[in-house]
Write a protein that binds this ligand. Structure first.
Ligand code: SF4
Ligand code: SF4
Length: 416
């Protein structure tokens, strides 16, 4: 996409906002900097809506940090993780996203330790209120203050009501969580107030209508675009709410295409990775403020910095090719698990996301026995057939996966 197309895109979004009405009386989309015109090696940044300052289009999601023990999410390998943060900071990434529950509470602590050596104004720290733990304004106050302590911070640049949906919204609106966050914004301890969302589009419209939001975080990638992401993006854009994107690679799935699928992309552009295609798709949406990537290894950071410094939004031909790739992928029969781990821990010990990851590797790999072997190396109580169908995981899955049913299918296929 050339500069003219990019500006045209921005105007289209502004027109959409005019149609939908701008609830907060502010510019819907004000893309100060596109990627074009940027120097090679310079991170693409955006300035949108009421948000002060420019935000790097690549954001760091601190939920998949390197671990010392891969079975223990709380055991972050701090030395390795610090190296990743240092590399990202040096490359111009200025948005770091943590949450109360990431790495069993250790992500917030790590964020505090890793970022304290940098001037506070050189990065944006995003954290989230675990709304399911809030019954009263006193709970909200206690949690918020502990989050500041964990992060060694005086304030949060971005603060979100975590994981809203139609069921959670009335509680959050009325039980003190939102009230306290708004109070913190008035006191300057929250600079920008938003929410993350996993739910139905009609509920997103209700929450957006409520108003007072500076930004919102949704799952958006080319695979889910026509199913729900497009409508969610348009709802937020029409309300003048800048979008923070989570799961741009669908839990890594869009970066690990099976060889035949990948060939469709490499035939078009031999030196472009599958992840780069996915990021460029999102970069072509002008109301996206930042794209969160949960980078675990140095190669992830280095490759992403290369992609975003600067990033070229995807052409219309490129988008058509991704639509074909999606159709091809649908035939692979993978489970749409993003390994977010919200379903864990399972009360009997089934390692749900690990099993789904093994299965998805199994579906896309030519060396299927390796995934099968990995599955049978799991302790018996961790395998899919240990599931007692209690249903505890079902309501926690934002992807609405029928986990017990899928576990049965996986076990059957692995043992066949
Ligand atoms: S339904 Fe199965 S996998 Fe889900 S929590 Fe219960 S036992 Fe664990
Ligand atoms: S099954 Fe659902 S909740 Fe569990 S890790 Fe996968 S996407 Fe997340």
């Amino acid at each position: 996409m050339n500069r003219r197309d990019f500006i045209k895109g921005s105007l289209a979004v502004a027109a959409l906002a005019a149609l939908g009405g701008c609830k907060q009386g502010k510019e819907t989309t004000d893309v100060k900097e596109g990627s074009n015109g940027k120097k090679k090696g310079e991170m693409t940044k955006r300035k949108l809506g009421s948000i002060a300052g420019e935000v790097s289009l690549l954001g760091y999601g601190l939920m998949r940090l390197p671990l010392k023990d891969r079975k223990n999410q709380a055991e972050i390998d701090k030395e390795k993780a610090q190296e990743l943060i240092d590399k990202a900071m040096a490359g111009g990434v200025n948005y770091y996203d943590t949450a109360w529950v990431y790495h069993q509470g250790m992500s917030e602590r790590f964020a505090g330790e890793a970022l304290k050596k940098y001037p506070r104004e050189s990065y944006n720290l995003a954290d989230k209120m675990p709304v399911w733990e809030v019954k009263s304004i006193d709970d909200a106050k206690r949690i918020f203050q502990e989050q500041l302590d964990r992060c060694q911070a005086e304030y949060f640049d971005f603060y979100l009501m975590h994981s809203l949906n139609g069921g959670a919204w009335p509680n959050v609106r009325d039980n003190g969580a939102l009230e306290y966050a708004r109070q913190m914004k008035k006191e300057g301890k929250v600079k920008n107030l938003g929410f993350s969302f996993h739910g139905d589009n009609k509920d997103l419209a209700v929450i957006a209508d409520f108003g007072g939001w500076d930004f919102a975080q949704i799952q958006l990638n080319y695979f889910d675009w026509d199913d729900y992401s497009k409508e969610q993006y348009e709802i937020l854009t029409s309300h003048g709410i800048p979008v923070v994107v989570m799961e741009p690679l669908k839990g890594g799935e869009l970066a690990n295409l099976r060889p035949k699928t990948l060939e469709m992309l490499t035939n078009a552009r031999p030196n472009t990775t599958a992840a780069q295609w996915a990021f460029e798709f999102i970069a072509s949406l002008p109301n996206v403020l930042t794209i969160l990537s949960g980078m675990t290894y140095m190669e992830h950071v280095e490759e992403n910095l290369k992609t975003f410094s600067p990033i070229e939004p995807l052409s219309d031909e490129g988008k058509e090719l991704l639509a074909k790739v999606k159709e091809f992928m649908k035939e692979e029969g993978k489970i749409p698990c993003t390994t977010c781990r919200y379903c864990t821990p399972c009360p009997v010990g089934v390692v749900i996301p690990d099993i789904f990851k093994m299965y998805n590797n199994y579906r896309s790999s030519l060396v299927k026995w390796m995934s099968q072997r990995e599955y049978f190396q799991l302790a018996k109580e961790s395998r899919a057939d240990a599931c007692v169908e209690c249903g505890a995981c079902l309501k926690k899955c934002p992807q609405k996966i029928n986990i017990p049913e899928e576990l049965k299918r996986v076990h059957k296929e692995f043992t066949s």
